[in-house]
Design a protein around this ligand. Structure first.
Ligand SMILES: Cc1ncc(C[n+]2csc(CCOP(=O)(O)OP(=O)(O)O)c2C)c(N)n1
Ligand SMILES: [Mg+2]
Length: 357
């Protein structure tokens, strides 16, 4: 287990750094607009924003190879955008429209795009861990040198699925990196009030797994650590825990003002070390002008406005297709066990729901 990692100097190509900065800005603007649209009642259900966490998200996504797999919790708009899902498809999903990346059936918490190796977007805290672990097992069984990145929150490390998943990942040498996003709170509960070991990366030691903590607000640090650990997962088939310390500016969800359990001073203190401002400074130091940075902001505003318009223009899914895609076509062998009188229940109940449309 490594001690807290220190920032490294960056070998990032200037054009790549600029691209990543654009994605960070896009994510921030997208979240601000999502909150506005939620309050205008165009978005239903839950909506969790990740403003303040952009370096962690964009850095991790930059390290993820094209054929690696991604599984996240529900605070995932930024992950989807950084993985290349279009703002239109993410916004349309928030609006519950057919052009959404989950065809309007998932909403904010259940984004997904298997064509980009993104297997969701999961609303049950820690529910994504067994799924990511299972994907990693499948990759191993198929003899593939790909990795899975599994994002989870600091609250999820106190769930049973965390222990079960880490145990099997270590025992079976599975290529999965558990990215613990320590944004200091699980809803309104501070990490120190929820976890007997608040240095969350140390909990990997219980499974003889590598664990380390990094500054999740520094893009270069995030890229270096995620790249290294995903590399080990791919080539040596060893799992790891990467704890990224960051901060969410907004409340737990759009319904939470986020002020009952923390002070305005605490939020202001974190904003002084804003990940986007840190990157803007690096770009300015590298010769990018203020005008160019402002043009990036304007382009993000335009892009997000276009995404809102596209979402509004998209149809709502028809109710007769609501269950479409819920179940895969089963094999005869599988359904033999579901026939009336068998131990596993009725084929009709399961089968009709999935294939009705
Ligand atoms: C199994 C389960 N229990 C409770 C909830 C309600 N819930 C939603 S988010 C959350 C807190 C999770 O916090 P954390 O893991 O730190 O993630 P963050 O919201 O900070 O990204 C809880 C308790 C849930 N969705 N699933
Ligand atoms: Mg949290």
């Amino acid at each position: 287990m490594a001690a807290t990692a220190t920032p490294t100097s960056s070998a990032l190509d200037p054009a790549v750094r600029r691209d990543l900065y654009e994605t960070m800005v896009l994510s921030r603007v997208f979240e601000t607009e999502a909150e506005r649209q939620y309050k205008a009642a165009r978005i239903g259900g839950y909506c969790h924003l990740s403003s303040g966490q952009e370096a962690m998200t964009v850095g991790a996504m930059h390290a993820l190879a094209e054929d690696d797999l991604l599984v996240t919790g529900y605070r995932s708009h930024g992950f989807a955008l950084a993985r290349g899902v279009s703002p239109e498809a993410v916004m349309a999903e928030l609006f519950g429209r057919v052009d959404g990346c989950a065809h309007g059936r998932g909403g904010s918490m259940h984004l997904l795009d298997p064509s980009r190796g993104y297997y969701g977007g999961w609303g049950i805290v820690a529910g994504q861990l067994p799924i990511a672990t299972g994907l990693a097992l499948a990759l191993r069984r198929q003899g593939k040198d790909q990795a899975v990145l599994c994002e989870l929150g600091d609250g999820a490390v106190n769930m049973g699925a965390w222990h079960e998943s880490l145990n099997l990942a270590a025992l079976w040498d599975l290529p999965v990196v558990f990215l613990v996003v320590n944004n200091r709170y699980g809803m309104g509960t501070a990490v120190e009030r929820a976890s007997a070991e608040p240095d969350l990366y140390k909990r990997a030691a219980a499974y003889r797994m590598h664990g380390e903590r990094v500054d999740g607000d520094d893009l270069d640090t995030m890229i270096e650590a995620a790249d290294r650990l995903l590399g080990v997962a791919r080539t040596e088939h060893r799992p790891a825990v990467l704890e990224a310390v960051t901060y969410r500016y907004r409340g737990h969800s759009v319904a939470d003002a986020g002020l009952a359990y923390r002070t305005k001073d605490e939020i202001a203190e974190h904003r002084e070390r804003d990940p986007i401002s840190l990157e803007a400074k690096k770009l300015r130091d590298a010769g990018v002008s203020q005008e160019e940075l402002e043009a990036i902001d304007t382009a993000a505003d335009d892009r997000v406005a276009a995404a809102v318009q596209a979402a509004l223009d998209s149809d709502e899914p028809s109710t007769d297709r609501l269950a479409y895609g819920m179940h895969a076509l089963g094999s005869d062998e599988q359904f033999a066990r579901m026939r009336p009188g068998s131990a596993f229940g009725e084929e009709a109940l399961t089968f009709d729901a999935g294939l009705g449309a």
